[in-house]
Design a protein around this ligand. Structure first.
Ligand code: SF4
Length: 487
């Protein structure tokens, strides 16, 4: 096994989920807690809720899952008329509690809380400019740059300050911002990360995904338009757009893997889109197989689509252990080798002697696929064919997804035949980018940079990126020593 691929998770990892609510008279912290529960798939490292209560902003955040961070007691102490919440998976900035969000600060107009999903591509440059003008940074995350920028424009109304920030910010951001009397949502001018508006009775809510609205029993109102700023306050909801919108560049990986299948993003249901990807895969690579099995859970929709299109038998022959948490210990090589078989186990009686098609949504590093093929073959499958319902991931993402280095991507290092040999499958087939667009019903309005190499939003230069990563890691080492809480 190639060591360069074994220490990282074998999936693209999402950066964050955000939520906001303005609802005097409602239990806003409890509603935010439930919403964060439904957004947990977007980040499992830390969680936080900030509440505005008329006297200021109260905050509780910590490392861990939503269920670990909050107790009835902590939620009881978070009473107010408005709240914002955040779940985080770290991309830029390491796993320290001080990098958890929301970030809360005091500025000219009072208290302010910010929760951010995405990555700024000019964070390093902005950080330097702000620091040169006297700003002090406590964390290594992009979101603190946003907080400092808002503070710098503190003479203006919060909406005007945010509009000025948007002129400075480059990259990907869906934000929820809370002052003492407003909750404001912003989607970047490319609409790279999802953000939607819902209505709960007479009150409005803002969420990364519609699944959070469903959980609360809120009605979906609409997705934020790229570049839109929506304010929730005592007078209801107000929308502003200061920018001529760019051609949207919605992250295509939201449909492939990140978002929950029951969510709809910009009018497209994620489950239906994934199933259509499986059907397109069947058109492009029809195999005669005895059985089609998904890699749970990510390959289920694609496998269903593939099997139904070709009239093949679909079965769940890979059992997933649902009780392996984040804290699973992988102390040594043996632990890492056992990792996949602890998580997944093939059902021998279903696959023995069969020609098996295994469907997954994507292959990032190839380590899990290799182990899965090996396990299925060792249980007596006659042939094992790996089908992937998205194109090869060949380029880094700079917009908030944890694949910043090309060296981690197996498809960037090896040809398809070499990847097939590495995972030891009888054949390996990917969906084409055209097939992906057909499945989504259109071929414009997406960011597909990690698949195509065409970056719709300006990316940092090698110098900027290298410097930022260096500064971030130095800062984090210093803070970890100070706090003693690095994970
Ligand atoms: S590069 Fe890939 S993962 Fe990153 S925003 Fe674009 S489509 Fe999404």
């Amino acid at each position: 096994m190639h060591n360069e691929f074994i220490d990282k998770p074998d999936k693209m990892e999402e950066a964050c989920g955000v939520f906001g609510i303005y609802a005097p008279g409602k239990d806003v912290s409890m509603l935010t807690y439930y919403a964060l529960y439904s957004l947990q798939h977007r980040g499992q490292e830390s969680a936080g809720i900030a509440v505005a209560n008329g006297e200021g902003i109260k905050l509780h955040k910590d490392m861990g899952l939503v269920s670990e961070v909050f107790t009835e007691d902590t939620l009881q102490k978070l009473k107010g008329h408005a709240a914002i919440g955040h779940v985080r998976y770290s991309t830029m900035g390491s796993s320290l509690v001080l990098n958890a969000q929301p970030l809360v600060c005091h500025y000219l107009q009072g208290s302010l809380a910010v929760a951010h999903n995405g990555n700024l591509t000019n964070a390093g440059e902005l950080r330097q400019k702000l620091a040169a003008n006297g700003s002090v940074f406590q964390s290594s995350i992009d979101s603190e740059v946003i907080v400092n920028l808002i503070a710098r424009y503190g003479q203006s109304t919060i909406e005007e300050a945010l509009m000025k920030c948007m002129i400075d910010l480059r990259g990907s951001y869906s934000l929820v911002v809370m002052t003492e009397d407003k909750v404001i949502g912003i989607r970047d001018p490319y609409g790279n990360r999802p953000l939607c508006l819902g209505k709960l009775g007479k009150h409005f809510v803002i969420a990364s995904e519609t699944c959070a609205l469903d959980t609360l029993g809120a009605e979906f109102v609409r997705d934020f338009a790229p570049g839109e700023i929506i304010t929730l306050d005592k007078d209801g909801m107000h929308s502003r757009r200061y920018f001529t919108p760019n051609e949207p560049a919605v992250c295509i990986f939201e449909y492939i893997y990140f978002a929950r299948p029951d969510s709809n993003i910009d009018g497209i249901n994620v489950m239906q889109a994934r199933r259509a990807m499986g059907r397109e895969l069947a058109h492009e690579h029809p195999l005669e197989a005895d059985i089609v099995i998904p890699v749970p859970d990510s390959g289920i929709a694609g496998a269903l689509g593939y099997a139904e299109e070709l009239g093949l038998v679909y079965d769940t022959a890979l059992m997933k252990n649902r009780y392996i948490g984040r804290t699973f210990i992988q102390p040594d090589q043996m632990g890492r080798d056992l990792g996949v078989s602890l998580k997944l186990n093939p059902i021998t009686k279903i696959i023995k002697g069969k020609k098996v098609v295994v469907v997954d949504d994507s292959i990032v590093r190839g380590t899990t696929s290799r182990k899965i093929v090996e396990m299925i073959r060792s249980r007596g499958a006659k042939e094992v064919h790996m089908l992937v319902s998205s194109p090869p991931v060949m380029h880094p993402c700079y917009y908030g997804i944890d694949i910043s280095e090309r060296g981690q991507l197996i498809a960037a290092q090896k040809s398809i035949e070499e990847v097939r040999a590495y995972i030891a499958a009888d054949s390996l087939h990917y969906l084409s980018i055209e097939g992906l667009y057909r499945a989504l019903g259109k071929d414009t309005g997406f960011c597909s940079a990690c698949l195509s190499g065409n970056y719709p939003i300006q990316i940092p230069s090698e110098d900027e990126l290298g410097k930022h990563i260096l500064e971030t890691s130095q800062h984090n080492r210093k803070e970890a020593r100070k706090c003693g809480n690095a994970r």
